[in-house]
Design a protein. Sequence first.
Length: 258
Amino acid sequence: MVTPADGKGWFWLQGGGAANDRLYLFLSQIERSGDGVFGFRQVGATLGVVENPMAEPIEWRIAQKKIPFEDFAGRRFLCFGAALLVVGDETYIYGTDETQGGPGLPNKHLVVARVKSTSIADFSAWRFFDNDEWNDDFRQAGHVTEGVANELSVSHLPPGRRFLLVYTDHGMSDKILARVSETPQGPWSAPTVLYRSPEMAIDKKVFTYAAKAHPSESHDNELMITYVANSFDFWQVARDASLYWPKVVRVRLRNGGN
């Protein structure tokens, strides 16, 4: 559907959303780095601007703009595009900042940028929250919370217009967590466990990840959340058609959205 303009590797879709009569897709550029199910690495990020989003997807015209706000050097891994949220005339773009090389899963910290929705594709207009104010240096983006994932969601939580962050704990876990905030940039509450996926307890080769909320598919006080179950054994995925598909759960919100 969309491939890197430089012909290197392939794209994975991350966050996306509609604003200013365009559809904006955040595309992680991936290359092979070895064998096995984790034999890949991210080497860049691109903003895909769909100029005709009301057409059939096969007919989309997608302009590609290389995102300059990334740092994959040394042990650091900083990039934006995990999620996108439109609030009034502004768009918030969430990313992750993590340190590589330690034992266990890396601690992914949430970072956030802000831009007028009419200027999403104008990277000079992006500003980054440093836990105090908004500035133009993406390397100074503050860690607004921790333990998040490269795939997550931030959405409005009615009726109080608070904001809800949903993600898989540390990116790969049976725990789907949520945090709430009064503003899109935080501060965020302590995490609450929304759901524990059963697949990892049943089969040690299976892992779950990519939890996120879907407000457009939710109603009343019920929130629709999806996640993915995969396997460390590629051939298990090939044999078992229940794997590598979104799993759907619905979470009942209590006390006006708590």
